[in-house]
Design a protein around this ligand. Structure first.
Ligand SMILES: Cc1cc2nc3c(=O)[nH]c(=O)nc-3n(C[C@H](O)[C@H](O)[C@H](O)COP(=O)(O)OP(=O)(O)OC[C@H]3O[C@@H](n4cnc5c(N)ncnc54)[C@H](O)[C@@H]3O)c2cc1C
Ligand SMILES: NC(=O)c1ccc[n+]([C@@H]2O[C@H](COP(=O)([O-])OP(=O)(O)OC[C@H]3O[C@@H](n4cnc5c(N)ncnc54)[C@H](O)[C@@H]3O)[C@@H](O)[C@H]2O)c1
Length: 471
């Protein structure tokens, strides 16, 4: 039986992840009647199966890796460390549950209606929500509808894909496998392969070409060297063809174009995140998508259908939590607070990859800068060194490399405008935020040179790269 529209909203948001939170809470601040629809767990990818549980795992992995060095400082017993993974998982999951509770409270306090179920457009102004089995479908209408449905792990179409885990499965893992093969060379493959290796899982990282193509190639070389020092079996230029499973042993084999076979208890697929649009009924609203499947939006996150918008991972922009949140807030300001002057700035977005040690970057790599401006117009400064943390490390292989690069565009006044920084080393994930502020303010190499160093730190290298004596 056809249900009548249950409620009409000023702003109806599909999803309850990072972008949805940013948009809906800001819209509610302006007194709008707002609802969000979520078919999984409040908080979306970042809180439940992304940044947050990953960072907690990274923290533990970093401690376990650092323990090998700290033992050379004279601390006894660190070689006998034993990880109670079950305890760790329970603690991590409890933390996520607390965060879910905080999100729910925030939504409630903001006066936003939280609707559980799967949303599907029936027309440009109406959405139906499919709830559990035997529950009636609910219908909602709105003046403005936001698609903030995020992305989902690429599942692949190759033979044997059903034997593989995707990143969501890593967070469900109750106990650690003895061995793993990770397929991919992006953020997730780099982060997860190092976390697994640090947890004591014998891990192989198989990369079609090279890792992190968007990152400066020298920084990537440094990453690969560090991975090898940490015992990770990393294979570059090794595309895989298929995956098979031995029914007796349960072991999974990855076959490659190089005619090698890599066997492990678990195989993790980390090959990108396509947009979550399946079943959303975009065709009923007439919303256009790009050939890649991402929802097509203009610079204000408007789709081709008046009153329908999209932000975050479901669009063809950087798939990062702060990007989704900011786009959501700006959209709400635009729609409900008359701030039509505001526009998301997608240039110079800083980011970190939580490898061990981490990578951070903002702006152009040296290779991208040369391609854009020509080699004659670019001057790159670099500092390659061993962090003092490793000063007491007994073996060279424990000393992980650090590389900072400042990429500058030559200017007529000779001050050299900083247009990028790519770096790997302890703490660069924290440093890069402020390097990004300086670049967004238009910093020049002279600004870095005239800044006094903080000693002894790694970050001081940022102001000590071949400095001219400016004050
Ligand atoms: C393993 C991993 C690690 C990451 N680490 C980082 C990191 O360190 N830093 C960082 O900045 N970013 C990180 N990211 C990326 C980050 O999580 C995403 O960019 C961010 O969550 C995108 O936010 P969003 O609002 O667009 O989508 P999401 O957070 O994915 O939210 C979308 C929500 O919509 C819901 N939904 C989808 N379709 C429907 C429907 N039809 N009806 C109802 N609900 C629906 C989904 O269930 C989901 O909850 C990581 C991602 C992964 C997978
Ligand atoms: N630290 C962070 O901020 C963080 C961490 C994790 C994820 N994320 C976000 O989530 C997104 C998704 O992460 P991801 O690692 O899945 O994707 P990605 O886009 O970062 O990397 C995808 C990788 O898969 C490889 N690949 C694609 N098809 C392949 C094939 N057929 N065979 C072999 N390799 C193949 C690509 O070459 C690439 O190396 C990231 O782009 C990032 O925006 C961010």
């Amino acid at each position: 039986m056809e249900q009548s529209v249950k409620a009409h909203y000023d702003f109806l948001v599909i999803g309850a992840g990072s972008g949805a939170m940013g948009a809906s809470r800001r819209a509610a601040m302006f007194g709008k009647k707002v609802a969000m629809i979520e078919n999984k767990v409040i908080g979306g990818t970042c809180v439940n199966v992304g940044c947050v549980p990953k960072k907690v795992m990274f923290n533990l992995a970093s401690f376990l890796e650092d323990a090998h060095v700290i033992s050379d400082y004279g601390v006894k017993g660190l070689d006998k460390l034993e990880l109670d993974f079950g305890h760790f998982k329970r603690q991590r999951d409890a933390y996520i549950k607390r965060l879910n509770g905080i999100y729910s409270t925030n939504v409630k306090n903001a006066g936003i209606d939280y609707i559980e179920g799967f949303a599907r457009f029936t027309s440009p102004k109406e959405v139906e929500v499919v709830k559990g089995q035997d529950q009636p479908i609910e219908r909602y209408s709105a003046d403005h509808i936001l698609i903030a449905s995020g992305s989902t792990p690429e599942e692949g179409t190759f033979e044997g894909r059903e034997h593989c885990w995707v990143s969501d499965d890593i967070f469900k893992m109750e106990e650690l496998p003895k061995s793993a093969v990770v397929l991919g060379g992006g953020y997730i493959a780099v982060e997860m392969s190092q976390i697994l290796q640090a947890f004591g899982v014998k891990t192989t990282l198989l990369i079609r070409d090279v890792p992190l193509r968007q990152v400066d190639s020298e920084v990537v070389d440094n990453l690969v060297e560090n991975m090898k020092k940490l015992g990770l079996d990393v294979k570059l230029k090794t595309p895989f063809t298929k995956v098979t499973k031995d029914q007796d042993s349960g072991l999974i084999s990855v076959h490659t174009t190089t005619n090698e076979v890599f066997e492990a208890e678990k195989v993790l697929l980390a090959m990108g995140r396509p947009p979550c649009v399946r079943g959303l009924g975009l065709e009923n609203a007439g919303v256009e998508v790009l050939p890649s499947g991402f929802v097509k939006v203009d610079e204000n996150h408007f789709t081709n259908v008046p009153g329908v918008y999209a932000i975050g991972d479901v669009t063809n922009h950087e798939q990062l939590t702060p990007v989704a949140i900011k786009a959501g807030r700006i959209l709400a300001e635009y729609l409900f607070n008359g701030r039509t002057d505001l526009q998301m700035n997608y240039a110079n977005i800083p980011t970190a990859i939580f490898s061990h040690p981490p990578i951070g970057y903002v702006g152009l790599s040296e290779q991208q800068a040369i391609a854009k401006y020509g080699a004659d117009n670019i001057k790159t400064y670099k500092s390659k060194f061993t962090n003092m943390f490793y000063s007491l490390a007994a073996e060279d292989k424990k000393k992980l490399g650090t590389l900072f690069k400042l990429i500058c565009l030559k200017t007529d006044d000779g001050q050299e405008k900083v247009i990028g920084s790519h770096a790997i080393g302890r703490g660069v994930d924290e440093m890069m935020q402020l390097v990004a502020v300086s670049i967004n303010m238009g910093a020049t190499k002279r600004d870095f040179d005239r800044t006094i160093a903080i000693h002894p730190t790694a970050s001081e290298e940022y102001v000590l790269m071949d400095p001219k004596l400016y004050f």
